[in-house]
Design a protein around this ligand. Structure first.
Ligand SMILES: Cc1cc2nc3c(=O)[nH]c(=O)nc-3n(C[C@H](O)[C@H](O)[C@H](O)COP(=O)(O)O)c2cc1C
Ligand SMILES: CCCCCCC(=O)C(=O)O
Length: 391
């Protein structure tokens, strides 16, 4: 580096820089997964177990990497996932992310637990399409009010998170006694600040402040009937975030939602779950093209986006890479990460011989273990089974 400013060239380098910059409590909250973090590791490793099968001698001089998501044009198949409390990464918080998303023509999903208000975020970047993520509160009036505000502020869909009736156990947050720093509040609950301080703050007398906060406000009794309730109070399309099985995917279709996101919440909820890229085919097959399937958790490279699309996802969402970029460079950092991922995807798509996202299909991806077995076949296959019996 020799005194020159280090310029990150991929999302992993952004994370390394963010780790140097952020207070430990904040970095740990953003980075953590649940329990032993097996699934956290596997979210990345599972992408590496998938290998690409490129076709060559295809004219890729005029590639089109754009797509459309629920009627919204997107410069490439990527959406910004909801992530709570972004002002801990940078003073501009969610507003910086929204501006970078709008500039890059990708959809931003705002967390209901944002540190800027949803109106502020909407006004900061009116040209950018946005979705609003929803948790269902025990007090349904709180949820209803959030939905009305999101609708009025111009959000185009509601992303209902269904994998977090209780918050996962993130041990680093317990050790750090995580709480929202004193100078920050939850932007969507400013009005309640004087009347009900609980909605605007987390406390950390002992253990993780967010675990206690979450348990006190969110409804653990949520079921499929609440989807119908939500549909009854809004005209916005509803996207279910956190579907990972065929059974739930079928129920989602039957319940009339507009899309599903295959997600394990960045491995922050149930440790030991499959990596989400390993759930995509199951959900896609169950949905049978009736609604779009998106996926998130572990997407760090343009080749990851390509692999997800090859398995049938319409787009991916990214969580942590945006937080790292925000911490390192604010709006400019997020702009850069979006550009990096777009360029990586463009290159990868060309190198496998696809000219448009519609040309990406299952043939371009193979599971590494299957590739190995196929390679072994010519050697073992002709031998009679009895000769192999001792193996
Ligand atoms: C720090 C942090 C905060 C998050 N906050 C929310 C949230 O408020 N609502 C939600 O539905 N998901 C939340 N998520 C999960 C993300 O939306 C997304 O599913 C996950 O980050 C994707 O995995 P990735 O970080 O590996 O890309 C959060 C994730 C992180 C890392
Ligand atoms: C302070 C309230 C809890 C925020 C939870 C956000 C979230 O989903 C996460 O994964 O963290």
């Amino acid at each position: 580096m020799n005194g020159e400013r280090f310029t990150p060239v991929n999302t992993f380098e952004y994370e390394a820089l963010a780790k140097l910059k952020l207070p430990k409590m904040v970095y740990d909250y953003y980075a953590s997964g649940a329990d032993d973090e097996y699934t956290l590791e596997d979210n990345i490793a599972a992408f590496r177990r998938l290998r690409l099968r490129p076709r060559v001698l295809v004219d890729i001089s005029a590639q089109d990497i754009s797509t459309t998501l629920l009627g919204i044009p997107s410069s490439f198949p990527l959406v910004i996932a909801p992530a709570a409390m972004q002002k801990m990464a940078h003073p501009d918080g969610e507003v910086a992310v929204a501006r970078a998303a709008a500039k890059n023509k990708v959809i931003m999903t705002l967390s209901s637990l944002s540190t800027c208000s949803m109106e502020q975020v909407a006004e900061s970047s009116p040209a950018g399409a946005k979705w609003f993520q929803l948790y269902i509160y025990k007090d349904r009036q709180v949820t209803k009010k959030l939905v009305e505000r999101a609708q009025n502020a111009g959000y185009k869909a509601l992303v209902l998170t269904v994998d977090a009736q209780r918050l996962g156990r993130r041990e680093a947050d317990i050790h750090n006694k995580f709480s929202l720093p004193q100078h920050l509040t939850f932007g969507n609950f400013q009005e309640e600040q004087t009347t009900n301080d609980d909605k605007t703050r987390t406390k950390s007398a002992q253990g993780s402040g967010i675990e206690a906060y979450f348990a006190s406000l969110m409804d653990p009794s949520l079921t499929w009937k609440d989807i119908a309730w939500l549909q009854s109070i809004t005209r916005l399309p509803i996207i279910l975030k956190g579907i990972t099985t065929a059974e739930d995917a079928q129920k989602a279709v039957q319940s009339g939602v507009a899309a599903v996101i295959v997600s394990n919440h960045g491995a922050r909820q149930l440790d030991g779950m499959l990596a989400t890229i390993d759930c995509v085919e199951e959900v896609v097959d169950a949905v049978r093209s009736r609604i779009p399937v998106l996926m998130d958790s572990g997407v760090r490279r343009g080749t990851d986006i390509l692999k997800a699309l090859a398995l049938g996802a319409k787009a991916v969402c990214i969580g942590r890479p945006v937080l790292w970029a925000l911490a390192v460079g604010g709006e400019e950092g997020v702009d850069d990460v979006l550009n990096l991922l777009r360029n990586e995807f463009h290159l990868a798509m060309g190198l496998v011989g696809c000219r448009s996202v519609e040309e990406i299909d299952r043939r371009i991806v193979v599971h590494q273990d299957v590739a190995r077995i196929q390679k072994l076949k010519p050697k073992t296959h002709p031998q009679p089974l009895s000769q192999n019996a001792r193996l």
